[in-house]
Design a protein around this ligand. Sequence first.
Ligand code: PHE
Length: 445
Amino acid sequence: MSRDGFGSKLGIIAAAAGSAVGLGNIYRFPCELGNNGGGAFLLVYLLIVLGLGVPVMLSEFVIGRKTQKNPIGAFKMLKPKSGWPIIGYMGVGCALVIMAFYSTVAGWTLEYIVKAVGNQFKDKDLATIEQEFTAFHDIGWKNVLWQGIFIFLTAFVVFKGVADGIEKYSKVLMPLLVVILMVLAIRSVTLPGAGDGLTFLFKPDFSKITGSVLISALGQAFFSLSMGMGVLITYGSYIKKDDNMTTSALSVTLSDTLIAVLAGVVIFPAAFSFGVQPTAGMGLVFNTLPMIFNQMAGGYYFCIIFFVLLAVAALTSTISLLEVIVAYLVEEVHIKRRWATVIAAVACMAVGVFASLSLKSNTSLTIGGKSIFDSLDFVSSNILLPLGALFIVIFVGWIMGKSKFFEEITNGGQLKLSLKGVIYFIIKYLAPIAIMVIFISGFIK
Ligand code: PHE
């Protein structure tokens, strides 16, 4: 069977960055940072991303490109008649779980586009904006409707195929998102009282570093880089044989991290200036941003453009998630792409409805005291992704072995990579140990 592939080298960077950059950077990163001690979280996060980002991402790319298969098929091919394909199944399951709650928030970006166009934030104070955001969650059908529309849009792009579907959207709009974030950052840091926000974001208070901060930072790093569940194996399978995967992994890791930090510089100074608590969770982003636009020349237009770009950034991420499920159904279960897309979308919606409805104020949709939304988020980011990444690096380091790994990242010896020994060392020893230590520390109180 012939498979879709990306057109150019920029294609894979754009697509992988498209998957990486999304609500994880702009919505989830500030939430996690705000709830986990500010600067201390940032420091741990950066160390994890710099130390593990490229090696783990590269491991996934290598598995994908070497086998040219979906995550399950890839492990079946590399280690036939073994338990390793379970990692692939875990990835497909994880894609479903992430899709379920991610599409809830993605749906809000559409609601916010409509609000922005209708100029509905104008001159409102923080209390009113906050109250309207809470009231919106209580209108269950509206949340579910936007979520459904978002999943439908995702399915539409995925159905059109990988090459012309994903690449086109990522190339142009992502740089634009960076530009807008920079403009917002300038507005935010010049607000009165902004300095406290910058201190919160950048000044680490080491006493705040606990096991749960470590695991949150680890989970956020993997979530933000789309690592540990097969998205990058799937995308890796579309990388051409003469591409330099190491520099691709580096570009994706750096741009993703830059955008997250930039989002922090937008959110926290403004939040402190307006009096939004750093622990406000979703409100941190969805309430602070409209307040910033209210304080800006041309705020009306910036607000619309921003939420459109945020929706697109979310879309290029949901596309990658759905693609994992679809690639599995097409290649392993032998379902036609059209039907595979429909089945995957319906499954995401079926679970997703519970995530959306669990955010109502009087909800009974909770698991162990947490809303279903929060539970799905927690299980995927803090448990499934670290476990997935752990098994992936163990597989590359210990099962696949050095020579095959080197052969793949140097394109059969054509590329000279002076750091390849270091990268392999990290994959084989450092990454598994670091992930295990952090993982275990997160569960010891
Ligand atoms: N990395 C995406 C984001 O930051 C979310 C994502 C996680 C996508 C895992 C795919 C896999 O928005």
